[in-house]
Design a protein around this ligand. Structure first.
Ligand SMILES: Nc1ncnc2c1ncn2[C@@H]1O[C@H](COP(=O)(O)OP(=O)(O)OP(=O)(O)O)[C@@H](O)[C@H]1O
Ligand SMILES: NC(=O)c1ccc[n+]([C@@H]2O[C@H](COP(=O)(O)O)[C@@H](O)[C@H]2O)c1
Length: 172
């Protein structure tokens, strides 16, 4: 049984994340989705709580008929010591042997801890990136097509875009 791990902040979870997840799932039997910076919410770079991000991820997986029995979603707060982060993560999740990530710091930390690392391809990165989506939310731009339908409906239902606008003071 081969298990992989895919860390991210997923602020919010977008269609590029979905592509990485599907791509990774083709290479392993089970995939752990690590919802990082779990302690963060209500900020410009991290507007959504870990629980909200989990709802986005699960909704997107269900909408895309991805076998939920192969996905384990685990939120983990950050720690101050990068050098022991891989060990810290390993205490909170089932055992795994492969890391999927494009974030160079994440790749470096897991490589040094002895894990196999695979860098997934970039899926339309210019479009599918959370920074752009957060910017579009703030400026009343069109971000609907950059996330799954269920994620769009969910964010609207919790007024997540309005939260972000209020945080940056651009609601007036
Ligand atoms: N479109 C994409 N194609 C491939 N990998 C992606 C894509 N978007 C994000 N990733 C990767 O997924 C992981 C988690 O990404 P993250 O949650 O930081 O999304 P992001 O879009 O980079 O967000 P932000 O702009 O807020 O940093 C990282 O390894 C990142 O490089
Ligand atoms: N020391 C730590 O706790 C540590 C180190 C590296 C990455 N992380 C987390 O892993 C996640 C990586 O995701 P991103 O690629 O979205 O940045 C983030 O939540 C980041 O904070 C945590």
């Amino acid at each position: 049984m081969l298990r992989g791990i895919y860390p991210g902040r997923f602020q919010p979870f977008h269609l590029g994340h979905l592509e990485v997840l599907k791509w990774g799932l083709n290479k392993v039997d089970e995939l752990i989705v690590l919802v990082g910076s779990a302690q963060e919410s209500h900020t410009l770079t991290n507007p959504f709580t870990a629980g909200e991000r989990i709802e986005m991820i699960r909704g997107t997986l269900i909408e895309n008929e991805i076998d939920l029995s192969k996905i384990i979603i685990i939120p983990i707060p950050d720690i101050l010591m990068n050098s022991v982060w891989a060990h810290h993560v390993s205490m909170y999740v089932p055992s795994f042997s492969i890391l999927f990530a494009r974030n160079p710091l994440v790749v470096r930390i897991f490589k040094e801890a002895g894990y196999s690392t695979i860098i997934p391809p970039a899926f339309n990165r210019e479009k599918y990136n959370s920074t752009l989506i957060r910017k579009l939310m703030i400026t009343n731009g069109n971000w609907k097509d950059l996330v799954s339908e269920s994620t769009y409906t969910f964010i609207k239902s919790i007024k997540g875009d309005e939260r972000l606008k209020e945080i940056v003071g651009s609601d007036k």
